[in-house]
Design a protein around this ligand. Structure first.
Ligand code: EPZ
Length: 416
């Protein structure tokens, strides 16, 4: 099992390119199931989760050709509309095949994802929406069995804002008879990126990016070519690493759009940020000022950046209060940061972080994707060596992390 060895104390300097967004790429790959014609996706990040999704789609009969960061998918025939537990347990986003399979072939057997480190993460709202569109759903032996001769448009309301729930239902609605309205829809930029691709494939969608999305079903979708948006969470993670280490970095192939609140918080913390159409630069102050935050659905502060901001607050000047309102157990990085010398008190979904003037390197363990990122940020600023175990979590969501950090001057290496 790989580990990451970090020698802390170097200010990050230089320039790296940001990859395509994992959380846009995953639903976009599933969109290929909606048509028998080829869908070509560009700027696909090279991540374990992407590999897992491609394997899952290939098992269903999708023809896949990969050329660097371009992937061509052709679902001419889907002869196995099944997502098995072995596959789904390693990547919950597999649930995103459910809507497209029901819409395209009228049936699907998808393993329930099961819990994950950050919370129960049920998929009841995905199922409820498909049922409202005329799908018979039964849950047996840990699998969702869905059958629907023909989906029909419906008025849907999800009582919790769900990103992949909105994406699943939007994809299913593209081929349903009549109009579907999704109220209380997720407004994340990745939902908009998916909608833009579906429209390029012939779907009739309006309102993506707002909390009411209208989809007018069509008989079939055709192929298209779509470039995946930049990864705003990867962008935010590198900005935090530069902020924590007193660095000065430039990120290309990305921008500050979709990161308004994150950029705002980093400026409150004392960073100077310049943004252009396809690049963003951050210059850190000698010492950060603590910033409090509260996670909530887009456009509020993203839960996927909460752990990274906890890390930068551990060495900031002052006290920060962090509230996590999306997931019930997304503070597991706190105990690991405490091993590095951080002063953090957890009370339910609130963490109080008192900044200290230094952290000390130690051996720590990654528990989930963004928790691992927060340990990397802390390790980069801690004195001495930090060894992070179970970094397969990182490889799921950060493309070539050690190479990119090394290019920014960090002393990081992967050890077996
Ligand atoms: C997406 O997960 C992202 N993953 C997550 O990113 C992200 O943290 C999350 O949205 C919130 O922004 C992908 O897009 C692949 P939700 P998702 O459905 O869709 C509850 C990362 O680090 N809920 O928006 O699974 C749920 O338990 C990952 O890249 C139900 O109760 O999240 C949670 O409390 C982690 N029933 C809340 O809603 C449902 O049917 C939001 O979850 C669905 C969700």
């Amino acid at each position: 099992m790989d580990k990451l060895l970090i020698e802390g104390g170097t200010a990050l300097r230089g320039e790296v390119a940001i990859s395509g967004a994992k959380n846009a790429a995953l639903p976009l790959l599933c969109a290929a199931l909606l048509t028998s014609e080829p869908l070509t996706l560009n700027n696909v990040p090279d991540l374990n989760d992407i590999g897992t999704m491609l394997k899952l789609l290939a098992q269903m009969g999708v023809k896949i050709a990969r050329d660097g960061s371009s992937v061509r998918l052709e679902a001419l025939v889907i002869d196995n509309p099944v997502a098995a537990y072995e596959m789904v347990k390693t990547m919950r986003a597999s649930i995103l095949v459910l809507g497209p399979l029901v819409a395209r072939v009228g049936e699907a057997r998808v393993s329930l994802p099961g819990g994950c480190a950050i919370g129960a993460r049920p998929v009841d709202l995905h199922i409820k929406g498909l049922q409202a569109m005329g799908t018979e759903v039964s849950v047996e032996h840990g699998y969702v069995h869905a059958k629907s001769p023909k989906l029909k448009g419906a008025k849907l309301f999800t009582d919790i804002v769900t990103v992949t729930g909105t994406e699943n239902l939007m994809m299913a609605a593209c081929l349903a008879a009549g109009e579907t309205v999704i109220e209380n829809a997720a407004r994340e930029p990745e939902v908009v990126d998916l909608a833009n691709c579906l429209v390029a494939m012939g779907a009739q969608i309006s309102g993506a990016g707002t909390d009411v999305i209208r989809i007018h079903g069509v008989a079939r979708l055709h192929g298209a070519t779509h470039r995946i948006m930049p990864d705003r969470i990867e962008t935010g993670t590198y900005l935090c690493a530069a902020a924590a280490t007193g660095g000065d970095i430039r990120l290309t192939g990305t921008s500050a759009s979709y990161l308004d609140l994150v950029v705002d918080k980093l400026m409150d913390a004392g960073c100077e940020i310049e943004s252009s159409r396809d690049a963003i630069r951050l210059k850190a102050p000698p010492r950060l000022t603590a910033v409090s935050l509260r996670t909530a659905p887009y456009p509020a502060f993203p839960t996927d950046m909460q752990a990274q901001f906890m890390a930068i607050n551990t060495i900031a000047n002052g006290t920060a209060v962090i509230r996590e309102t999306i997931f019930e157990n997304r503070f597991m990085h706190a105990v690991e940061l405490i091993r590095l010398g951080a002063d953090i008190k957890i009370d339910g979904n609130t963490a109080v972080v008192r900044g200290s003037d230094r952290l000390q390197g130690a051996t720590v363990m990654a528990t989930d994707l963004r928790a691992s990122a927060s340990l990397v940020v802390a390790g980069l600023v801690a004195q001495g060596e930090t060894l992070i175990d179970r970094i397969y979590h990182l490889d799921r969501g950060y493309e070539h992390l050690d190479q990119k950090l090394t290019a920014l001057g960090a002393r990081v290496r992967r050890v077996r």
